[in-house]
Design a protein around this ligand. Structure first.
Ligand code: ADP
Ligand code: MG
Length: 264
C-alpha cells in the first residue's frame, strides 16, 4: 500500500507537506503515513530534510503547506507543548541535556506536562498537586528502571557516557506518555555495543505499544529494527516499503551511489 491510499491504521499522516528555508526546499510535497505500532524508519542523505520533517511534526517550525494528522486530529501548526500533550514525543539529533541536572531531575521535566504545569497549585502544594507529584515520581522510577538508569538517578545527566545520555533523553521523552516517539539519529556516534543495546531498548519501547518513527544512518539497524522504511531525498519521498524491498530498490541504490556513506 502506498501513501496515496488511505491508511486506516495510521497514527500519523503527513499530506503534501512543504517547508522552505530561503531558496532551499527542505521538505517538498511530502506525503506518507505511519501505521500504529510500527517501527518506521526515515532514511536519506545528509540534508535530505529528515530533521526538518521532525521539527514540523513536533511543531518546532511551521510548514508553508500541507497537513499533519495524529490519527484523525489535525495537529498542523499546533504549539509544540500541545502536540506533546497529544502524545508525540521526541529526541534530538544532538543530545540536549542541561548541565546541572541529575538524571532524575531531567526526566522530571518530562512529567511536568502530566502535573499540569500550573504555578499556583505548586506554590500552595494543594492535595491534588501533591498527588500528581507523587504519581510523577513513581512514573519516573518506573521509566528509569525500564531504560536501565535507576542506579544513576543522582548523577549529572550530562556527565554520563554518550549511550547513557541518550537513554536519559529517551526516558525524558517517555515521561510524557507518548503514543508516537520520534528518534532523530539516536545511535549516531555510538559504539557497536551501545548501538546494539539501544536497538534492544527501542524494540522494548515498541512492545509497550509505542509507535516509533526513527531517523537512522545505520542500515543494519534500519533493516533489522524497522518494518517500514521511507526514503527521502531533496525533501521528497523517493520510495517506501518494507526493508527487504528498500534494500534492493534501484532508486535507493542510485541515490546512494558515489556517496561515502548512507547517512540517514
Ligand atoms: P537532514 O536532517 O536530512 O540531514 P535537515 O532537515 O537538517 O536535513 O536539512 C534540510 C535542509 O534544510 C538543509 O539544506 C539545511 O541546511 C536546511 N535547513 C534546515 N533547518 C534550517 C534552518 N533552521 N534554517 C535554514 N536552513 C535550514
Ligand atoms: Mg538531521
Amino acid at each position: 500500500m502506498n501513501s496515496e491510499h488511505v491508511n486506516d491504521s495510521a497514527i500519523l499522516t503527513v499530506t503534501d507537506l512543504s517547508r522552505t528555508f530561503g531558496g532551499v526546499k527542505a521538505v517538498n510535497n511530502l506525503s506518507f503515513s505511519v501505521s500504529e505500532n510500527n517501527i518506521h524508519a526515515i532514511i536519506g542523505p545528509n540534508g535530505a530534510g529528515k530533521s526538518t520533517l521532525f521539527n514540523l511534526i513536533t511543531g518546532v517550525i511551521t510548514p508553508n503547506q500541507g497537513k499533519i494528522q495524529l490519527v484523525n486530529q489535525d495537529i498542523t501548526s499546533l504549539r509544540p507543548d500541545k502536540i506533546a500533550e497529544q502524545g508525540v514525543s521526541r529526541t534530538f539529533q544532538n543530545i540536549r541535556l542541561f548541565p546541572d541536572m541529575t538524571v532524575f531531575e531531567t526526566v522530571l521535566i518530562g512529567t511536568y506536562l502530566l502535573t499540569g504545569g500550573k504555578l499556583l497549585p505548586a506554590v500552595f502544594r494543594t492535595k491534588h498537586f501533591r498527588n500528581k507529584e507523587r504519581q510523577a515520581k513513581e512514573r519516573i522510577e518506573e521509566i528509569l528502571k525500564f531504560v536501565g538508569l535507576w542506579g544513576m538517578r543522582h548523577e549529572y545527566a550530562a556527565k554520563l557516557s554518550y549511550g547513557n545520555q541518550r537513554r536519559v533523553e529517551i526516558a525524558r521523552a517517555l515521561a510524557t506518555n507518548p503514543r508516537l516517539l520520534l528518534l532523530d539519529e539516536p545511535t549516531a556516534g555510538m559504539n557497536q555495543k551501545e548501538t546494539k543495546e539501544l536497538m534492544q531498548l527501542f524494540s522494548e519501547v515498541n512492545k509497550q505499544g509505542i509507535t516509533i518513527l526513527i531517523i537512522a544512518h545505520d542500515m543494519h539497524l534500519v533493516n533489522t529494527l524497522s518494518n517500514q522504511i521511507t526514503v527521502i531525498n531533496f525533501g521528497e519521498k523517493l520510495v517506501e516499503g518494507p526493508p527487504e524491498i528498500i534494500q534492493s530498490h534501484p532508486a535507493v541504490i542510485e541515490a546512494y551511489m558515489g556517496r561515502a556513506e548512507v547517512n540517514a
